[in-house]
Design a protein around this ligand. Sequence first.
Ligand SMILES: [Zn+2]
Length: 198
Amino acid sequence: MKLPPALERVVASLARLPGVGEKTATRFAFHILGQSDTWTSELAHAVGELHSAVQHCERCHNLSEGPLCVVCNDSTRDPRRVCVTEGIQDLIAIERAGEFDGRYHVLHGVLSPVKGIGPDQLRIDTLIKRLEPEGIEEVIVATNVDVEGEATALLLQRLLEKRGVTVTRIATGVPMGGELEYLDQVTLARALRDRRPI
Ligand SMILES: [Zn+2]
């Protein structure tokens, strides 16, 4: 049986979510159809305003609802230490571990010759611009512990150490090939505590 086009459109949109196939999307669409008008309007409104309401922090490229994110706006954070992550989800994982009290810098990617991602595609220039005005003394590289993450860490070490910044790398407990966002909080907290010079 063919679904009404309006329902078909919802199925097609939901099927684009990761891990959601046509069958699950259809189940979700029928579930949404069974909800109240209020709920479906709220959902549509929340999704609709997402792009205009959520932006990137102009300092660290974390998600924010204003020019600066909640971390950058928090005066109790230590501006001398900056933790560099590949993505926002890694930042969230590190925040959840509750060990780090400095600021962040999100690269939005890692070096990858295979995918054609070089230093210019990463937010490295904005990190270098932050060093002096913020008095940054230590940069902790918390990229994933894999080939691309390590290459990115070495590049940052090369660029930052000649500018007088200590570059450290998260250490113990992060397995090779380990993706940060899937690590438990204790492991991640220890990895930050035991960071070492590169
Ligand atoms: Zn920020």
